[in-house]
Design a protein around this ligand. Sequence first.
Ligand code: GDG
Length: 502
Amino acid sequence: MGNKKREINAPLIVVSNRLPFVLGKNADGDLVRKQSAGGLVTAVAPVVVECNGTWIGWSGSFDLKPNDPIPESDPEDKAPTAGLKSSQIIPVHLDKSEIEEFYNGCCNGTFWPLFHSMPDRANFVSRDWKTYCKVNDKFADCTLAALRDAIKKLDAAGDYHTAPLVWIHDYQLLTTATKIRQVCEAENLRCKLGFFLHIPFPSWDIMRLLPWDDQILQGMLAYDFTAFHIEDYCLNFIDCCCRRLGCRVDRTNMLVELAGRTIQVKALPIGIPFDRFVQLSEKAPAFLNMSDDVKVILGVDRLDYTKGLVHRILAFEKFLDKYPEHREKVVLLQISVPSRTDVKEYKQLKDETELLIGRINGRFSMPNWSPIRYIYGCLSQEQLAALYRDCAVALVTPLRDGMNLVAKEFVACQIRTPGVLILSPFAGAGGTMHEALLVNPYELDEMANVLHRALRMPLDERELRMTQLRHREQLLDVNYWMTSFFSSMGALGDDAGDGNAD
Ligand code: GDG
C-alpha cells in the first residue's frame, strides 16, 4: 500500500500560487496566519514540516511588505501547517495590478476556461499574458534562491550528489520551470523538477486556440516529470507536444522528447485525507434540523461555472415537474462557496443562480416547505462532514472538472445508512468512481430520472455501491497520491523510482 510512510531522500521545495495559509490582520492590526483547509495542504504540509522543507507562494495579503517577517503560527493552532516555521516559508510578493492581470486576468480569465474546454468564456489579453510570464519568473527567482540554499547545505555536509526536489503546482505556474531550467543549466545547479496540474488538460483542438500555446507547452516540458489526474489529460498533453512542437513522443510509456531531454508524463489521480473525514463525521453534531421524512439532496461547490450549478438546478426543477410525488419530501441543499468574486463572470453567475432559485422556490413552495435551500458562504469542515454524512443523495454534476474532491469526501463521510452519489462523467472522479450513478449534466431530463432512481434505490444496492466506493477512496487516499508522486520522481528512500501508482 502506498499510504504507509516513507522518507523523502532529498531536500523538498514546494511551490504553489498560494501559501498553505493566508495572512490576515487580527483585531490589533497584526498580521496572523489563517487556516486554509484544502486536501493538498492537509497532505503536503506535514511532509514539508517533517523534512524541514520549504514552501513558496503568495501570502494572499497586500499588507505583507517585502522585508516583513512571516508571523509564526499561534501556539494553539492545530492546523496541518502549524509546524511550519517562518524560516520554511518564502513569500512571493505580488502587487494589486499583478494580481489583477496575472491571477484574475490570465489564470482565471484565460487558462481556467480554456483548460476546461470552454473557449467561449476565455479572453486573450496580451498585457495579462506578459504579466503572467513576469510573475512566473518571480516565482522562479524565489525557487532558485531556495534551491541555491539547499545545495549549499548539501555541499557543506559533503553531499555533492543529492539533487533537491522542486514540486510545482497548477495552472498559475505553467511557465515557472522555464527560467528555473535555464538558470540551472547555466549555473550547473542540480535539481529534480516535478509538476502536477490540478485541472484538466484540453485536447489539441482547444489548446491551439491559445496564442501562447508553444510557450506553455515548453514550460511544461522544462520539468523532469509532469503529472495529471487521469490518462486522458496525459494523452491530450502528449498529443499537443507532438503536434505543436513536433516532439518525438511515446504514448505507450508516456514519454516526450524535447531538445535531447526526455520528460516522463504520468496519471496520478489525487485522493482525499480519507481518515480525517471519517473522524470528522464520527464526531460532528447534526447540522441539519430536518424532519425524518424529508430527504436532503446535497450540492457543494465553489461558485464556478464549470461546476454545472445552473444545469443542476434546472434539472431539479424538471424532477419536481416530472415526479410530483417527491414534492414536500425532498430538499435540495446547495452550498456555494464564494470564489473569484472580482471576476465579472463569477458575479454574473451568482446573480443568475439566485434568480433561478428564487423563481423555482416561488413556483413550488408551500407554507411549510421550500424545495431549495441555498447557502452562499463557507462552512467549517465539521459542518460539511455532518452534511455529507446525513444527506440522502450527493449531486456532483460539473460540466468539466479536473478530479472533484467533493464526491470523494461525501463517500468518506457516509458512515451511517448509505446514500447515493450522482456523478458527472466529465469530472476526473467519474473515471474511477464506477459505483456512482453517472449522468450527463447537459441532459436535464436524464438528470431528473437519475435523481428519482437514486431516491428509490433499495438499501442493499446502496450499501453495495457505497462499500466499494469507500474502499477505493480509503486505499487511494491523498497520502497514496503524494507518495506516488515522490516515488515516480525517484525521491523516496527505499525505491528505485517507479511510482507504481496505477
Ligand atoms: C481543483 C480542481 C481538483 C467546498 N465547500 C466548502 C469547502 N469546500 C472544499 C471541499 C473540497 C474543495 O473545497 C473543493 O475541491 P474540488 O475538487 O471539488 O474543486 P476545486 O476547488 O475546483 O479544486 C479539482 C482539485 O483542485 C484537487 O486537485 O479535484 O478538479 O478544480 O475539498 O471540501 N470547505 C469548507 N467549507 C465549505 O463550505 N471548509
